[in-house]
Design a protein around this ligand. Structure first.
Ligand code: HMG
Ligand code: MG
Length: 300
């Protein structure tokens, strides 16, 4: 029979992955209200923003103000692509920092203007220092399954890249299907290998829902022993430098599926939908996830 955990942790990525690709510049106050409502809904780990070049990703240019105005917790995570981003994040009080690298060289170059090896080399002393200072370090591994430019990614290549980060002492690997192309068998195969290879590191799955396979991939990953998932309220999201990347799997739909399987997340769907009410008028497209539509019709 299926083996399922009793409890799953959801890492909310809406304020970062969800908004970085938005056409509209969402005001800082609205982002803060969204973040606060997400916390009220029971979210305990969240990517708040990213310290990246404002020329590359204008939506995240208010990272400093977000950090100033948000009630920071140990797991208020911010993304940083390089030493400069990490320094800015620490100045702003970050205690959890996520670095990000693609398995695919072409994607990595388009995303952070460096090859994958150049990124690892530059990040090595940065991560050592962060660990010495007691900072929680998360490594986001992009294009773990498919790359929009290089196609299918070899499982061994992905594991090798993860191994380098684990050797540097990162606390968490967030392994991503950046363009939402993985199927449940591929998800199971990669995550069972990663779980066996890295038994002590926190292992998180990050599924974009481009082809509507993310819930199936989460179910498959649960079988592989994964009990942490990155999700985004309202299914917002996408990487500006990955052609074809659309939203992340919707937090409310994941909470609903897991609840129906008797798996607790600590997240209240109604309150989550109230958080989506805050952001919905400020994004450039309607929010049409299953549970949010039911909530709007008063039926959840
Ligand atoms: P670059 O142009 O090569 O940077 O960009 P540079 O090092 O040559 O510096 C150029 C200028 O940028 C300098 O300023 C630097 O100070 C400044 P100038 O002298 O011209 O005035 N700069 C910065 N400013 C602010 N913050 C920084 C920073 N670094 C340099 N951190 C760079 C390289 C990495 C900066 C750029 O490519 C970049 O910002 N990329 C970010 C891309 C991004 O945010 N992508 C989305 C997040 S990843 C993602 O969504 C995937 C994920 O969800 C998982 C998945 O789904 O796959 C995590
Ligand atoms: Mg993503």
């Amino acid at each position: 029979m299926f083996s399922l955990p009793k409890k799953v942790t959801l890492i909310e990525v809406g304020p970062r992955d969800g908004l970085q690709n938005e056409k509209n510049q969402v005001e800082t106050d609205i982002k803060i209200a969204f973040i606060n409502k997400l916390k009220e809904a029971g979210i305990t780990e969240m990517e708040l923003t990213s310290f990246v070049s404002p020329k590359w990703v204008p939506q995240m240019s208010d990272a400093r103000e977000i950090m100033n105005q948000a009630d920071l917790t140990e797991r208020s995570i911010v993304l940083a692509p390089n030493a400069k981003g990490v320094a800015l994040a620490q100045e702003a009080g970050a205690k959890s920092i996520a670095v990000f690298v693609g398995v695919s060289n072409t994607f990595n170059q388009k995303n952070i203007n460096r090859t994958t090896d150049e990124s690892i080399e530059a990040l090595t002393p940065v991560i050592f220092k962060l660990k010495e200072e007691g900072i929680f370090v998360r490594a986001c591994i992009s294009t773990a399954f498919y790359c929009p430019y290089e196609g299918k990614i070899d499982v061994e290549e992905c594991i090798e890249l993860c191994r380098k980060f684990v050797a540097l002492g990162v606390d968490e690997l967030s392994v991503a299907d950046t363009i939402g192309m993985a199927n449940p068998l591929e998800s199971y195969e990669l995550f069972i290998r990663l779980r066996q290879a890295f038994p002590t590191v926190l292992l998180t799955a990050h599924f974009h829902d481009t082809r509507k396979m993310a819930l199936a991939n989460i179910f498959a990953s649960l079988q592989a022993g994964i009990d942490r998932f990155d999700t985004s309220a309202g299914g917002l999201g996408g990487c500006p430098f990955a052609d074809g990347a659309t939203g992340n799997v919707a937090t409310e739909d994941v909470v609903n599926m897991l609840a129906s399987l008797n798996i607790t997340t600590g997240v209240d769907i109604k309150k989550l939908c109230e958080a989506i009410d805050v952001i919905a008028p400020h994004v450039s497209h309607p929010i049409e996830t299953g549970m949010y539509q039911l909530y709007e019709k008063g039926r959840n």
